[in-house]
Design a protein around this ligand. Structure first.
Ligand SMILES: [Fe+2]
Length: 342
């Protein structure tokens, strides 16, 4: 009991020094927040720009955007580790998110941000969030194929009947996300067999737009792409899609896969408050409205958020149920390499 007062005063001294340290740290964080945040944007440049400009206009927070692709940035972030200059990472597809999450580099997303989305558009661990979505489609030459001639399932394209008649962009993250869904839904053996048939039957193109152009030009009868390439072209001149229509596989087919675009915050961020505010904005009313009104033609995923009325509603796509966080990009690139596609 005799040393109680001195213990007490030590405790006070400790509390006081903690308080001082905290306010110093807060002060420092505040000063850094004033510099703004860095976003590694692997989403389409125009969509990333639209979100960032609207966010800066509303909050005054400066954002520096760096443009790249899903896997390029995911690997870069992993290499940079704690020294990464990125505060936020935005992707087109979720496998790149899962890769960074698996490396333990994300900070938990604020609960009020996660609450803005239904739980099928975000991973259970809450370490990143969906920001938008896109659906797989078969873009076909409507001058050559009538509806009764269309494949019932994406897996039907493995049939020798389809040899030389279809295409895809196998090197891209978009297509690889579709393969990762196939892997999750049908397993390794079925996926390897489908990829082998793809190698034999399909023409590889550099990107979804190029594959759609090839359909439009009559080089191939159809291509597996994402829906928004067609809508985007139609909204402009339609010159790369005038002969093209979209076939939605529905029926929970692997070809009806809806891929979730992700947003994550690096745990090494020195601007945590602003980074969290950015993802809250993107997944909130104003950010999701940009998907409805802008020219991305990607789906909005926020609670109650509407997508562009030109799109087939998300709820009508009858997409297969795939947990985004289970999509395995490593296994997919291994299988695609083994099939001679990469
Ligand atoms: Fe894309």
């Amino acid at each position: 009991m005799t040393n109680f007062p001195s213990r007490l005063s030590r405790a006070f001294a400790l509390a006081a020094s903690l308080l001082a340290a905290t306010s110093l740290a807060t002060g420092a964080a505040h000063a850094q927040d004033a510099e703004g945040i860095v976003v590694y944007n692997a989403q389409h440049e125009s969509l990333g720009r639209a979100w960032i400009d609207a966010f800066t206009k509303e909050t005054g927070i400066k954002v520096t955007m760096r443009q790249g692709s899903d896997m390029q940035f995911a690997n870069q972030i992993i290499q940079e580790g704690d020294a990464s200059p990125a505060d936020v990472f935005l992707t087109e597809n979720s496998p790149a998110m899962t890769l960074v999450d698996g490396a333990g580099l994300f900070a938990p997303i604020d609960a009020d941000t996660l609450a803005q989305l239904p739980d099928n558009y975000r991973p259970a661990d809450g370490m990143w969030t969906g920001v938008a979505a896109r659906t797989t489609v078969f873009a076909y030459d409507k001058t050559k194929l009538s509806e009764d001639k269309l494949p019932k399932s994406m897996l039907d394209l493995a049939d020798p009947n389809w040899k030389g008649r279809w295409g895809a962009a196998p090197a891209g993250a978009d297509f690889q996300a579709i393969v990762s869904a196939l892997l999750e839904l049908k397993g390794e053996e079925a996926t390897a067999a489908w990829l082998k048939a793809l190698k034999e039957n399909a023409t590889p193109y550099k990107g979804n737009s190029v594959a759609m152009k090839a359909v439009n030009a009559g080089e191939i009868e159809g291509a597996i792409i994402y829906h928004y390439y067609w809508f985007g072209d139609q909204a402009k001149t339609g010159e790369n899609s005038k002969n093209v229509a979209l076939h939605y596989f529905k029926n929970e087919d692997p070809g009806a896969f809806v891929s979730v675009s992700g947003g994550g915050i690096l745990k090494s961020s020195q601007h945590m408050k602003d980074a969290q505010a950015f993802l809250k904005f993107v997944t909130g009313k104003a950010g999701q409205q940009i998907l409805k009104d802008g020219d991305s033609y990607e789906y909005a995923v926020g609670n109650g958020a509407e997508s562009n009325p030109k799109l087939v509603p998300l709820a009508d796509l009858d997409a297969p149920k795939v947990e985004a966080s289970k999509l395995n990009s490593k296994k997919v690139t291994d299988l695609m390499t083994a099939a001679g596609l990469l």
